[in-house]
Design a protein around this ligand. Structure first.
Ligand code: DHB
Length: 311
């Protein structure tokens, strides 16, 4: 049994896409619905449609270590995802998450108000961690701005909601961020982690950057970020009693999904591996995780969630 409950909604299994992968258009989302995922989340929406940055803007890195991207928030505009959410078949047992990434607080307010007015059973994930829009620093590293944003948005949303966070690398930052998040009762989950921002990948032979935007700088994902992801999941699992953590980063097989749950994840999102393998990744990883649980004698995720042993 790899079912889970997130923000009060039941997922038949804990796996779904990381926002940004296979979720921009209705065709992408249809693939997610038809897959063996336990849920799905839409591409981060801005108020207006965006084309994003010039290509190439995503590439896997050699050796299966991960990926780099600087997409620049290409999306269809929030009304497209609101319309999708209005027409979604919620009886399918696969809950729908909606990612919102307004370029200003005013835009986030307008988008949240529109979703609240529609009174739908989908769950909002506010993205505080897009590192790829030229000239726009991400809010995840400005705790005062994030607290102000949450103080405005949480009362508008009213229902349980979540936030997508960048990776943190300092224990004091875990403490400070958690202290902010604990002030908001309907903040039900944090999703850790977004890409490790602003890496640079260079081709050895051609001596060129691998992606075009931002002089080649982009967010790193995949196996190379697994341990940063596990640390962030566990740091917030320990510091946010009564809240949940969605783990994302470096899941290529059932083994990494298992480690995320051991670190404290209530659900696990898949980015780079889904992009590279396609939606068949969900059935494979779900099977691998189930086999690991049988081998270790665990019947449910609760049997080992957050139970990483320390020395
Ligand atoms: C993009 C990348 C992100 O990591 C994110 O959270 C949102 C958008 C992007 O470049 O499109």
């Amino acid at each position: 049994d790899i079912s889970t409950t997130l923000a009060g909604v039941k997922l038949p299994n804990l796996l779904f896409n990381a926002s940004g992968v296979c979720c921009q258009t209705e065709a992408d989302l249809k693939l997610m619905v038809e897959s063996e995922s336990g849920s799905l989340i839409t591409k981060s929406a801005t108020f207006e449609q965006r084309d994003g940055n010039p290509s190439p803007r995503y590439t896997p890195l050699p050796g299966g270590i991960g990926s780099i991207n600087s997409m620049g928030l290409p999306n269809e505009g929030y009304e497209y995802y609101l319309n999708y959410a209005k027409n979604y078949d919620y009886s399918s047992k696969k809950p729908l998450f909606i990612s919102l990434s307004g370029l200003s607080l005013a835009d986030n307010v307008k988008m949240c108000e529109a979703f609240v007015a529609a009174d739908l059973p989908c769950v909002l994930e506010i993205n505080y961690s897009c590192p790829n829009v030229p000239g726009k620093p991400q809010m995840g590293y400005d705790l005062e701005a994030m607290e102000h944003s949450l103080s405005v948005l949480a009362p508008i949303i009213k229902k349980p909601f979540g936030i997508k966070l960048p990776p943190y690398f300092d224990i004091a930052h875990f403490d400070q961020a958690a202290a902010v998040f604990n002030k908001f009762d309907n903040l039900a989950f944090v999703t850790c982690i977004n890409s490790v921002g602003n890496g640079l990948a260079i081709d050895f032979e051609t001596e060129e950057a691998l992606i075009k935007p931002k002089d080649g700088f982009g967010g790193l994902g995949g196996l190379m970020v697994l341990n940063t992801a596990l640390a962030n999941v566990n740091a917030f699992h320990r510091r946010l009693p009564g809240k949940q953590v969605i783990g994302v980063g470096g899941v290529v097989s059932g083994k990494e999904a298992f480690l995320h749950v051991l670190a404290g994840a209530s659900a696990v999102q898949i980015g780079t591996q889904l992009k590279e393998e396609g939606p068949g990744a969900f059935a494979r990883i779900a099977k691998e995780l189930s086999d690991i649980m049988v081998a270790k004698g665990y019947k449910t995720l609760e049997d080992f969630r957050g139970k990483v042993k320390t020395l």
